[in-house]
Design a protein around this ligand. Structure first.
Ligand code: NAD
Length: 373
């Protein structure tokens, strides 16, 4: 799953277009043209986090907006230099097919809309970056993968931590055997959910509660930190259903993951406390990230015995100013140019959703659920 050699390529972004059949001038022209992104959904993440990141990108640029709010779209377009001809809404969305400036559609919508807007983008001949969690069900994930394959387009999931230097350094150290034989993984992820009417707390729009939204970070980290796929899950849910926020979705869910090597994974996801932590223990030491997957201030600690050291983030291979978001956007751009698969393709999102479905089943049926390979 996690391929450190391919990650190395990501970190050295822009350095390679090695075995190309086209000549140098054509190659230079192809490199010069940045890959154009259309952002669908101008909400907290699409507008607040992703759009401002294009200034940090080497290979990607913002070229179009899709929004249900024309005034907002016009304002954002003016601020970021997007022509008004490149503003779309949810009704005329399919006409993006006629806009050659758009190479990629980045889906930043509520989870229940991911499948529809990914499939429509693929049918319009566009590559897709889709936010996590990939969709509300594994069946939808499979349909998204099939649509992109049929259209011959790339599908990448917005797992930004696969481009975050501290997380990458933690993976590198674990794979290098620095903490010995891996024994135990723990991750707690949570935040305090607010407005009961928000889409995240409506099951039809979110697909589930804290596990879908924030617990997925713990789950995904258990797989990239160990480099293994879990073989079974056992989960327990605790939710106060009288709390208006949790009428439809779960608050706390604790899940144990069994890995083939014998590593035990223990994860907690919640919507009623703030927490953001990863711990990987081996027989010669441990690696801790806290905060582990937040937007900023991520700290890596590596230690053995009772002591610990704080390890500053690695800088080797990273361009000054590069962020995990720029790394993510430019990675897909490079994959499109070089016709290779993203390190976090649709299949990676599907794996998490299948495990999440098993976690919910385990909590419901109060039994261990085996996962298919
Ligand atoms: P948000 O509510 O802030 O924004 C959602 C956007 O979708 C808004 O612009 C809203 O107008 C639009 N929308 C269109 N139709 C809608 C409908 N029927 N109901 C509600 N909104 C509708 O949400 P967000 O926090 O920006 O999350 C969007 C996606 O990004 C989600 O998939 C979420 O999981 C993901 N996300 C990822 C990260 C990350 O770190 N990778 C962080 C936050 C959110």
């Amino acid at each position: 799953m996690v391929d450190l050699n391919r990650r190395g390529l990501v970190l050295a972004a822009g350095s390679t277009l090695a075995a190309s059949a086209i000549g140098a001038p054509a190659l230079a022209a192809a490199q010069d043209r940045k890959i154009g992104y259309a952002i669908v959904g101008l909400g907290g993440y699409g507008l607040g986090i992703i759009i401002p990141q294009f200034k940090n990108c080497q290979h990607s640029r913002l070229v179009a907006l899709v929004s249900g709010d024309p005034a907002k779209a016009k304002r954002v377009a003016a601020e970021y230099g997007v022509p008004e001809t490149h503003i779309y809404n949810y009704q005329n969305y399919d006409s993006i097919r006629n806009n050659p400036d758009i190479d990629v559609v980045y889906v930043c919508l509520p989870v229940s809309m991911h499948a529809e807007y990914t499939i429509r983008a693929a049918r319009a001949g566009k590559h897709v970056m889709c936010e996590k969690p990939m969709a509300v069900s594994s069946a939808e994930c499979e349909a998204m993968i099939a649509a992109c394959k049929q259209a011959g387009k790339k599908l990448m999931i917005g797992y930004r931590c696969h481009f975050e230097p501290n997380n990458l350094e933690a993976i590198r150290r674990a794979r290098a055997g620095e903490i010995g034989k891996l024994r135990y993984f723990r991750s707690e992820h949570g935040f305090v959910a607010g407005n009961p009417s928000a889409w995240r707390l409506k099951k039809a729009m979110s697909g589930g509660g804290s596990l879908m939204d924030i617990g997925i970070y713990a789950l995904n980290a258990s797989r990239y930190m160990t480099g293994e796929e879990p073989v079974s899950v056992y989960a327990t849910e605790r939710t106060d259903r009288s709390d208006p926020r949790f009428r439809e979705v779960e608050d706390m869910i604790e899940f144990e993951l069994e890995f083939p090597s014998g590593v035990l994974g223990s994860c907690m996801s919640m919507y009623s406390a703030n927490r953001n932590q990863i711990l990987l223990m081996g027989d010669k030491g441990r690696i801790e990230l806290e905060p582990a997957t937040s937007y900023q201030g991520i700290r890596l600690r590596v230690g053995s015995g009772m002591g610990e050291a704080v390890t500053p983030p690695p800088t080797t291979g990273l361009r000054a100013g590069t962020t995990m978001w720029a790394g993510q956007l430019d990675h897909l751009a490079q994959c499109i140019r070089q016709n290779r698969e993203p390190i976090v393709p649709g299949e990676e999102g599907l794996r998490d959703i299948r495990i999440i479905e098993a976690i919910y089943q385990s909590a419901r049926e109060r039994r261990r659920v085996a996962l298919r390979a």
